[in-house]
Design a protein. Structure first.
Length: 296
């Protein structure tokens, strides 16, 4: 069920990703990139499964632009653009690293080759720890390090993390890929000087509903209903709460975060401050192989 939607969402996400790959991002704001890619996904006929992430240099993941965000991409930055499209809740999750620093080209190549290697070994019944080892082996050959505490994940309808993980290194915990199940695989790579772990940064600008429990604030409850109707359990950005004036949106969202109805995701930063590259595909596991839905 949902296979056709997974494939269509994949085609749209793939086209949106390839449009970014060819872009000169230097001098653009993160806001421009987020809004541009999100508009592209919608124009191609899908909904956004989460706010476009534009994570720069040592920020590995989970940065999206705030309303009026003035953050500008530098001329020698390493920029991960991670985007999601969905049709009826069936998600395609994919990412590309746009790197403008020749000294970090090797981490980008390592991430891309590790992803390709993973796509060649995934199939129904494959052990996630073996996929992780295959990813790690490629990254080692490039004299780089994987980020050990970031993983790929199974997908479900309106669910980005459906329970199973695909590690980027050999792992004690392992499971098997199920036939017909959708997964995202996403090697994150840092330099040999990196610690190979990410930790939470200060900024939190991606949110998701965790419970529909009411607060004592009627206006916040209205926002809660709106979030459920518009985003279901999928992540969203403050930018998307455009029914409210930005200051009011921030206040109500803060109330929902404090009451634990909404979770605020922290940006994830490489623990030694080293740059990180990422590549990501979504695939459906099958007997003997996989359909990579986000392959261009
Ligand atoms: Mn992603
Ligand atoms: Mn993902």
């Amino acid at each position: 069920m949902g296979r056709e939607e997974y494939v269509r969402a994949g085609g749209i996400a793939s086209a949106a990703r390839e449009a970014v790959r060819g872009m000169d991002l230097a001098g653009r704001t993160a806001l421009e990139v987020c809004e541009g890619v999100e508009a592209d996904i919608r124009r191609r006929g899908a909904e956004c499964a989460f706010p476009v992430n534009v994570s720069i240099n040592e920020v590995a993941a989970h940065y999206t632009a705030e309303p009026g965000d003035t953050l500008v991409i530098g001329e020698s930055d390493t920029v991960k653009v991670d985007l999601g499209a969905h049709i009826g809740g069936y998600i395609a999750d994919t990412a590309v690293t746009v790197n403008m620093d020749p000294d970090h080209e090797h981490i980008v190549r390592a991430a891309e080759e590790a992803l390709e290697e993973a796509m060649s070994v995934v199939r129904a019944g494959a052990k996630t720890r073996d996929i992780g080892r295959a990813i790690h082996d490629v990254i080692k050959r490039h004299s780089c390090k994987p980020i050990a505490n970031l993983t790929g994940h199974s997908l479900g309808q309106y669910t980005i993390h459906a329970g199973k993980s695909i590690p980027n290194t050999w792992a004690l915990r392992s499971s098997s890929l199920g036939a017909g199940e959708a997964y995202a695989c996403e090697p994150f790579v840092t330099t040999s000087s990196g610690l190979g772990y990410v930790q939470d940064g200060e900024t939190r600008n991606i949110f998701a509903l965790v419970s529909k429990k009411r607060t004592k604030d009627g206006a916040a409850n209205e926002m809660l209903d709106h979030i459920w109707e518009r985003f279901n359990m999928l992540p969203f950005a403050r930018r998307w709460l455009d029914r409210w004036e930005p200051g009011e949106a921030a206040r109500l969202l803060d109330t929902l975060v404090k009451s634990r109805a909404v979770h605020a995701y922290a940006v994830l930063v490489e623990a030694a401050g080293q740059r990180v590259a990422q590549a990501e595909h979504t695939f459906i596991a099958e007997d003997g192989g996989a359909t990579v839905t986000t392959r261009a």
